[in-house]
Design a protein around this ligand. Structure first.
Ligand code: 48H
Length: 262
C-alpha cells in the first residue's frame, strides 16, 4: 500500500480531537504528571472513573526521572516499596527499611499502567486557571504549554470535572491560583498556602499522608504540593511519600464518588 502523507495528518487530527472532546467532562481532572499525579490517575482509572491528567511538559514523570542529583535511582521506604510491588516494578533492598528502584523503569511502568487502566494523559497542556461556583471548583482552564512559553495572547478552553487534584509539586500551582483569584480561604490553618519548610525526610514522609486532603471544595492536594500547601518539610530524593499520597488522594475522591456526594 502506498502511504498518503495527508491521511497520516488526518488520522492524528481526528483521533486527537476525539480524545480531547471526550475529555471535556470527567470525574477527576489531575494537574501534573509527576509520581503523585500518575499514581492517582492509575488508582482512579482502575476503578472505572473517568480521569484526565494534564501535564505541562513533553514527558510525564516530573521529578522522578532524575532520582537524586541526576543519579537515576529512587529510594523508597517499605510502604513505598509495597506500591512499587503493586505495579510490578523491581526493587532492591539497600539497608533495613530502604529500598531502591530504577527511575526509568518506575516512571515508564507507572505511566503505562495508568494509561492502560483508562486514565487519559495529555502532555504539553498547561492548567492556567480554574472554573468555580460559589460552592466549589468545577473544572480547569487549559492552554497549550507552547502558548504559555511563547507568551502568546491566545485564549484557553475549559474542562468540567467533579474533582480536581493539584499534583503540581513544589509549586502548588492550583492552590496558588485559587488563593490569588478567588479571595476565599483554603482549608489550611492560615487559610492560605503556607509554604514548604526545609528538608527533613523523616518528618516530611510522615506528614505527607495527613496533608493529602481536600484543600478547597472540590480540590485535593497530592504529592509535594501537600507539604507546600500545609507548611511541612521537603523530603529530598525519597519517593515513597509521593506514591502513597497519589494513592491516598484517589482513595479519598473514590470514597466521595461512591458516597454520591455529587
Ligand atoms: C500542567 C503542571 C502544572 C500546570 C506543574 O514535581 P512533580 O514530580 O510532583 P510530585 O508531587 O508528583 O513529586 C514531587 C517530586 O518529584 C519531588 O519534587 C520531590 C520528592 N521533591 C523533594 C524535595 O525535597 O525536593 O511533578 C509535577 C508535575 C510536573 O511534571 C510539572 O510539569 C507539572 O506537574 N505541572 N502541569 N499544568 N499548571 N504545574
Amino acid at each position: 500500500m502506498k502511504l498518503d502523507d495527508v491521511e497520516i495528518s488526518k488520522a492524528i487530527i481526528e483521533r486527537f480531537s476525539a480524545k480531547l472532546l471526550d475529555s471535556l467532562e470527567c470525574d477527576v481532572a489531575i494537574v501534573g504528571g509527576g509520581p503523585a499525579g500518575l499514581v492517582a490517575a492509575y488508582n482512579l482509572g482502575k476503578e472505572g472513573r473517568k480521569v484526565v491528567l494534564f501535564e505541562r511538559k513533553l514527558s510525564v514523570g516530573g521529578g522522578m526521572w532524575g532520582g537524586g542529583i541526576m543519579f537515576n535511582e529512587l529510594v523508597v521506604q517499605k510502604e513505598g516499596k509495597d506500591i512499587l510491588d503493586e505495579f510490578g516494578i523491581r526493587t532492591a533492598a539497600f539497608k533495613e527499611g530502604y529500598f531502591c528502584a530504577d527511575s526509568v523503569e518506575t516512571v515508564s511502568t507507572i505511566c503505562s499502567k495508568a494509561t492502560q487502566a483508562g486514565a487519559r494523559i495529555f502532555n504539553l497542556l498547561s492548567v492556567e486557571d480554574v472554573m468555580m461556583t460559589e460552592e466549589r471548583v468545577t473544572g480547569l482552564v487549559i492552554n497549550w504549554s507552547a502558548v504559555e512559553l511563547a507568551k502568546l495572547h491566545v485564549d484557553p478552553i475549559t474542562v468540567r470535572s467533579k474533582y480536581v487534584i493539584d499534583a503540581t509539586g513544589h509549586a502548588a500551582e492550583v492552590a496558588h491560583i485559587i488563593e490569588k483569584k478567588s479571595g476565599r480561604k483554603l482549608m489550611t490553618p492560615t487559610g492560605a498556602v503556607i509554604g514548604e519548610k526545609p528538608m527533613c525526610a523523616d518528618v516530611a514522609e510522615r506528614t505527607i499522608l495527613d496533608n493529602t486532603r481536600e484543600i478547597f471544595p472540590g480540590v485535593f492536594a497530592a504529592g509535594m504540593c501537600c507539604n507546600a500547601v500545609f507548611g511541612a518539610p521537603r523530603m529530598g530524593p525519597i519517593f515513597g511519600g509521593m506514591l502513597m499520597s497519589g494513592k491516598r488522594a484517589a482513595e479519598l475522591i473514590l470514597a466521595e464518588l461512591v458516597g454520591g456526594k455529587l
